[in-house]
Design a protein. Structure first.
Length: 465
């Protein structure tokens, strides 16, 4: 959900980049509020099942007068006022309206949130009846401080035992669970800006049985890298899911290893059949020293050239990721005499011709990882080579206390060593932005679509109760 807040906030912030400044509304009339529910819950043996809904305010102002409407029709509860960027979880019970001894019978329920007389968001959820099955649930996890032991409580609320299950931790920006001994076979996946740690165990949970970590034998804490930037709340989640014998057999015995999601057997269903708890890890304010590079334009009139502008960081900590109300940007003001043929997909032009580029990736200090740079690529055609200069400006936020290296010039290369290909003015092929840069939402112009995609993904969580 916090990633939904993040993407929604960026979408709101960049929606008017290409529009005249005067067109921006002075106030937000309808709250930018969303609701997230599981796509499917399972009611076992006619028993009520508990549903957790998350209401989030992704707008720039407080949201008041919110009401959550659930089923049966007419059932509702008041949602507390939400500050900008805040969210709240609400639980309610759903009972099958028709008793049945046939598994698989389903009905669809609609959940909505209103502000006054206006419906601001709706979501649908399927309730599937089952005659008997295991049902794993994980308790809510509140926000944690770095290196704090975090409590994990898992219960089988179903009518059948479960012999194998997996516990999956996903953390933003390198968050890492530490010292978790639970009869686990570990698999770790460092993918884009996420760390995914999967523990497959063959421990049996009987109906009604619960386990908790930490306990006398086990404890778990969340490690935060020393170069983690702040002030920022990093998103994390913990989920539990039943798995097959084949998944248990495929786990490396007693040895942590590396695996990608594509290497996991299809029947593992890490994204689907379990329960998930999302939480945050707030990190206090830190310092960073952001840098940006300019370019020297080669070639003569009529040439088409490619320019790349880089944003980096020399530490001591990373630049915080995009968040509510602010995100790192690079502004590119090209010199007169060039014509933009292709702009980077994370950049949009303003009325003044200056491009605003959104930094969507994790920028770590160069001493930690030379690959953690954000690059923005432009293909331009030289129409009138001159003596004027352009400028690249990086806004790295409150962390950056050294503005001296936040700007760089775009100049003309005085000595031309060779002519560029495609001198007839055709554009050079662009292979696309690095995967790390597009991982949290991709192209600036498609970021609103990414919000919808992420919300849909999160709503496809399946829980059994």
């Amino acid at each position: 959900m916090r990633l939904l807040v993040l993407l929604s906030s960026v979408a709101v912030a960049v929606a008017g980049l290409a529009a005249p400044a005067a067109a921006a509304p002075a106030t937000e009339v309808v709250p930018h509020v969303g609701i997230e529910v599981p796509q499917q819950v399972v009611a076992i043996a006619g028993k009520p099942t508990t549903v957790t809904a998350t209401v989030v305010n992704a707008g720039r102002t407080a949201a008041t007068g919110l009401v959550l409407h659930t089923s049966p029709p007419g059932t509702s509860q008041t949602v507390p006022d939400l500050a900008a960027g805040a969210s709240i979880t609400v639980t309610y019970s759903v009972t099958p309206d028709v008793a049945t001894t046939v598994a698989g019978v389903a009905s669809t329920l609609t959940v909505s949130v209103t502000a006054g007389e206006v419906t601001v968001d709706t979501a649908q959820m399927a309730v599937v009846r089952d005659t008997g099955a295991a049902s794993l649930q994980v308790a809510r996890i509140d926000d944690l401080t770095p290196n704090q032991n975090f409590p994990v409580a898992i219960r089988n609320t179903g009518t059948a035992p479960i012999e194998h299950f997996a516990m999956v931790f996903a953390g933003e920006q390198g968050l890492m669970p530490r010292a978790w001994e639970f009869g686990c076979n570990w698999k770790r996946d460092y993918r884009d800006e996420l760390t995914i740690v999967t523990c497959v165990t063959n421990r049996t949970l009987a109906p009604g049985e619960a386990i908790a970590v930490p306990n006398l034998e086990n404890e778990m804490s969340l490690q935060v890298p020393e170069d983690t930037g702040g002030k920022y709340t990093y998103a994390a989640s913990f989920s539990v899911v039943g798995v097959s014998d084949a998944v248990v057999a495929s786990a490396a015995p007693e040895v942590p290893g590396l695996a990608t999601p594509n290497e996991a057997p299809a029947d593992a269903d890490f994204a689907g059949a379990g329960n998930i708890a999302t939480f945050g890890v707030p990190v206090g304010a830190t310092s960073a020293d952001a840098t940006v590079s300019g370019e020297s334009i080669p070639g003569e009139n009529g040439d088409t050239v490619t320019l790349t502008f880089w944003a980096g960081d020399v530490g001591p900590t990373a630049i915080i990721p995009p968040g509510h109300g602010w995100f790192p940007t690079v502004r590119v003001a090209l010199p007169a005499g060039v014509e933009v043929r292709t702009a980077d997909p994370n950049c949009a032009p303003g009325d003044d011709g200056v491009y605003t580029c959104v930094v969507t990736q994790w920028i770590r200090p160069a001493a930690v990882s030379l690959s953690q740079l954000a690059g923005f690529r432009f293909t331009v055609r030289i129409v009138d080579r001159g003596e004027g200069t352009g400028k690249v400006t990086l806004d790295a936020g409150a962390q950056d206390h050294n503005p001296a290296n936040n700007t760089a010039k775009i100049t003309w290369l005085k000595t031309v060593d060779h002519r560029q290909d495609n001198q007839d003015g055709g554009t050079l092929p662009i292979t696309g932005a690095p995967a790390a840069r597009v991982a949290l939402g991709g192209a600036l112009l498609l970021i609103t679509g990414a919000v919808t995609f992420w919300a849909a993904r999160r709503r496809r969580i399946t829980t059994r109760a």
